[in-house]
Ligand binder design. Structure first.
Ligand SMILES: [Zn+2]
Length: 469
């Protein structure tokens, strides 16, 4: 089903005759061109250089040396910061920041340690009070012993790949002079391996400042195409998203499981958006949606965003090789298929495929680009449940008083289906509040999500309308 920049494909359900099209949008071709330009600007060659450089600092352990110009996390973050600064030269709307704080007496930090998140912000037309989209990775690394901050820990895949992706996305947006409405943050976190400390600090501060972050796209271990099982997959990335932590309508708590909304948390709606964007713009690359927060026994910085109530997903390669993560660099005699072989352990750059990282970077960048030029999602959306009836009625508030809005899409799927099966288009209007009666579909059988569609063809993430009056 085509979701962006085209006629709305409506699935005909049973006897219903819902046929709708988005009105032709003259700006859509322009928008499409700008997004394609970003996709084309992303280069495996520069990702390879970034990843090799990050690995060359020997270790980027959070407690490692900060004075050396060539080794340790200090040298690494100064290099990342310098890279962001070089991008700022080609785009006056891009600025570089550091988020510094000191930790002491917390688990896995054995001495007072300053942590520094390094990031760039591409300022959108909405300004600092507007929406934010985050593309993230972590630049710290580790070897076998989590407390060992002197041994080599090249961290080429975990998470040199994610950090290189963040840098390359920033380079693509700034070099093409993309002008978003929402702000885009490109951030490399510290302290992930020691306990998500960098992202925890950043997300907590964002929540305190009521920063309107609509999505965190977190990239952690996005570099290798060959799994420990020998399988090679280069045309797919996994996207992890968690279900609801809590669902509220006003001050009323709703149990999402009881009403069948367990898979319609903001993070899941974001995951569906990524999936649809990828299908449309990158047909040779697949996103595999995984409906859980993360892999078992593992965690990542997107969880910090979830914790503070933000929609967030994690991108991770399809097939991991644990010999190349969290391991001292060494050669060991192992048995493979009954034969004695020498096996190289360690998170080294030769195990990272920069063409693959570029593909994951493209899906991140295209999602961020589309979201950043989409109108805000419908506010205060409700599915009206005040009497027994056969259809479904919705009400939502009109963001921006309808300016720049072509209309709304009401997506639907059968309750046991993971992905949207079709949608109905509702024309834009200047009314402060809108109501729509979908008389042919019963809320007892379907799940709905409402998205705002801009006159430029870009649409917001869907929101699940909770049942209300
Ligand atoms: Zn990691």
């Amino acid at each position: 089903m085509q979701r962006f920049f085209g006629p709305v494909a409506i699935t005909l359900i049973a006897a219903s005759v819902l046929v709708a099209q988005t009105p032709p949008t003259p700006d859509a071709a322009e928008t499409n061109k700008a997004v394609q330009e970003i996709i084309r600007a992303i280069s495996p060659d520069s990702i390879r250089i970034y990843d090799n450089t990050l690995a060359s600092f020997g270790t980027r352990h959070t407690m490692s040396d900060t004075n050396s110009a060539t080794r340790g996390i200090g040298a690494a973050r100064r290099w990342i910061s310098a890279k962001f600064s070089s991008f700022a030269k080609s785009d006056p709307y891009f600025k570089v920041y550091e988020d510094r704080f000191t930790l002491e007496g917390v688990p896995r930090i054995s001495k007072p340690t300053e942590l520094v998140n390094v990031y760039g912000v591409l300022r959108g037309k909405e300004g600092p009070e507007g929406r934010y989209i985050v593309i993230s990775g972590h630049y710290d690394s580790r070897c076998t012993d989590i407390m060992n901050y002197t041994s080599d820990a090249p961290g080429a895949d975990d998470d040199g790949s994610g950090s290189s992706l963040v840098l390359e996305a920033a380079r693509a947006f700034t070099s093409t002079r993309f002008r978003p409405d929402a702000n885009i943050i490109f951030i490399c976190f510290a302290g992930e391996e020691q306990g998500l400390y960098g992202s925890e600090h950043f997300a907590m501060e964002a929540r305190k400042k009521s920063l309107n972050i609509i999505a965190d796209l977190n990239n952690d271990i996005v570099g290798s195409i060959r799994g420990g099982n020998g399988e090679v997959i280069s045309n797919m990335v996994r996207v992890f998203s968690q279900g609801y932590q809590e669902m509220k309508l006003g001050s009323r708590d709703i149990n999402p499981d009881v009403i069948g909304y367990v898979s319609d948390s903001p993070s899941r709606e974001l995951a569906r958006y990524i999936h649809a964007a990828g299908d449309e713009f990158l047909p040779n690359f697949r996103t595999s949606l995984i409906f859980r927060q993360d892999r078992f026994l593992r965690g990542g910085d997107h969880a910090s965003f979830n914790k503070y109530g933000y929609a967030a997903v994690r991108f991770t390669e399809p097939n991991e090789d644990y010999r190349h993560q969290h391991q001292d660099v060494r050669v060991e005699n192992d048995k493979v298929d009954g034969r004695n072989v020498k096996v190289l352990y360690g998170d080294l750059p030769q195990f990272v495929d920069s063409s693959y990282v570029a593909r994951v970077c493209r899906i991140n960048s295209l999602t961020a680009a589309l979201l950043s030029i989409s109108p805000p999602a419908p506010a205060n959306a409700v599915m009206l449940v005040d009497k027994l009836e056969y259809g479904t009625r919705f009400r939502w508030d009109n963001p921006l008083h309808g300016v720049g809005i072509a209309g709304w899409k009401i997506y639907y799927r059968k309750s046991a289906q993971p992905e949207w099966q079709g949608c109905v288009f509702v024309n834009g209007s200047e009314n402060p509040t809108l109501e729509y009666d979908l008389a042919t579909m019963s809320k007892d059988d379907y799940i709905f999500g409402i998205a705002t569609v801009g006159k430029n063809g870009a649409e917001s993430i869907t929101v699940a309308p909770p049942p209300g009056k």
